[in-house]
Design a protein around this ligand. Structure first.
Ligand code: SF4
Ligand code: SF4
Length: 436
């Protein structure tokens, strides 16, 4: 009874903190602009199954990709066991899902195997992170805090797996009637020769350790790069379906150009929802960004796969697509508190210039390699292109070649410096034989 009351109190506190974090994210989303309508759910579901559940993008590097996928799939199985622990804790029951019979046995067996597999893999990942100096784990955007965060979260997962394994072993050694199958723990349990009573104490300790670690982990994640544990599946589902780097037209600008070409259109009815007066062309700061950019930034695992294939980065330019996404999250974390109180809040800084420089933005070739490589379908170029739009249209500060090209298009209807009347000058004095 005391265990049940303590559990309910702790769960309510945990849930309240978690919901508070989620509510902040929701409020931040409300500060941002619309991205695109979420339609074509069949296509999205297919993408979710292939990229989200099937982890097919990560398999480009078969070995390490498969190991990561194993951790992900193992987590999904273990999640069911955690759900059972929650229900048991609330109701004061023991192994409440046991009524599922064979299915329960299979789930418990898979969960038990996963605990050991994930535990071993996390040790491998930690070793790799600390001793193998993988190039993509470092970069100008990766500071000490990021490395600590990654190692801390991995260590937490390791502790979760150890406590789960101990829980299974002590359960097997202390229970008269075993429910479920625990194949690896059954083997390991032979090593333990303690009394039933001691094993029961160990079971209680590991049960509480495991559930408290889950609670702590859930509340740590929203502030960590490991938030992708929650975000990757929704982010993949909500991915853009139109070709990446295809720029979205600003309806008001398109209309203005059409009116220039045909003044009669000024009186035509349009169904446009876009306000005629545009507050901002492109993106200078986060409030000009979309909810999808924010979701992308929350989902980034900081794996560096995008940067490792970026041709600009690989040829020594300043651009790192991981930095672009990371900077968006850092900036929204910094500014959103003020914006939530006052929509016009200004701290004198902006994403452009204070976080991301023009040099980085113009280094992008819009090749899409970063999107192609990202295991959670993050759309880096959308941020880059919107910021370029701002530089181009509001600051007229594009590289000089681009500026003169657009001036020429405006004045001459072509990217060159010559008026349309001079276009055929090259053919003057030429004799053209039309019979040839
Ligand atoms: S689209 Fe831009 S940021 Fe992405 S890989 Fe290509 S050059 Fe790099
Ligand atoms: S954007 Fe994607 S590929 Fe790049 S670091 Fe983040 S998760 Fe990895």
């Amino acid at each position: 009874m005391y265990k049940q009351i303590a559990f309910i109190i702790i769960t309510i506190i945990t849930l309240s903190i978690f919901l508070y974090s989620v509510s902040i994210i929701y409020k931040n989303i409300k500060l941002l602009k619309k991205a695109y309508p979420i339609k074509d759910h069949i296509k999205r579901l297919k993408m979710l199954l292939e990229i989200g559940i099937g982890q097919n993008k990560i398999m480009r590097f078969p070995l390490i990709g498969f190991l990561h996928a194993l951790v992900f799939w193992g987590f999904l199985v273990i999640l069911i066991g955690s759900l059972e622990m929650l229900i048991d804790g609330f109701l004061g029951t023991e192994k409440i899902l046991a009524f599922l019979g064979t299915i329960y046995n299979i789930l418990m067996a898979l969960g038990d195997i996963s605990a050991y597999v994930i535990g071993i893999l996390i040790i491998v990942f930690l070793f790799r992170r600390f001793f193998l100096h993988i190039k993509r784990f470092s970069g100008i955007e990766m500071n000490h805090k990021n490395h600590v965060d990654a190692s801390f979260a991995l260590s937490l997962i390791l502790l979760l797996m150890v406590s789960l394994a101990l829980m299974n072993i002590s359960y097997l050694k202390s229970s008269d009637e075993i429910v479920g199958q625990y194949p690896i723990s059954k083997l390991v349990a032979n090593v333990f020769s303690s009394s039933k009573q001691n094993m029961h104490v160990l079971y209680e300790i590991s049960w509480w350790t495991h559930i408290l670690l889950i609670f702590f982990f859930a509340n740590y994640l929203p502030y960590s790069k490991h938030f992708h544990v929650f975000m990757s599946l929704p982010n993949v589902y909500l991915s853009r379906l139109t070709p990446y780097t295809q720029m979205t037209n600003m309806e008001a600008v398109t209309k203005e150009v059409k009116i220039m070409l045909d003044p009669n259109l000024a009186y035509a009815n349009t169904n446009s929802n876009e306000p005629l007066e545009i507050a901002r062309f492109g993106m200078k700061d986060i409030e000009d960004g979309t909810w999808k950019m924010y979701l992308d930034s929350l989902t980034c695992t900081q794996c560096g796969r995008c940067t490792s294939v970026c041709p600009a980065n690989q040829t020594g330019k300043l651009l790192s697509p991981r930095k672009i996404v990371k900077n968006f999250r850092e900036r929204i974390t910094e500014k959103s508190k003020g914006l939530r109180k006052d929509a016009k809040f200004d701290d004198g800084k902006s994403l452009f210039k204070d976080y991301i420089s023009a040099e980085e933005l113009w280094a992008c070739t819009t090749c899409n390699a970063c999107v192609q490589e990202c295991p959670v379908n993050i759309d880096h170029p959308s941020i880059i292109l919107e910021m370029r739009r701002y530089i181009f249209m509001e600051e007229s500060a594009a590289p000089s070649l681009l500026n003169s090209m657009s001036t020429n298009i405006e004045n001459n209807g072509a990217p060159w410096q010559y008026p349309p009347s001079d276009r055929l000058k090259w053919a003057e004095n030429l004799t053209i034989n039309i019979n040839d």
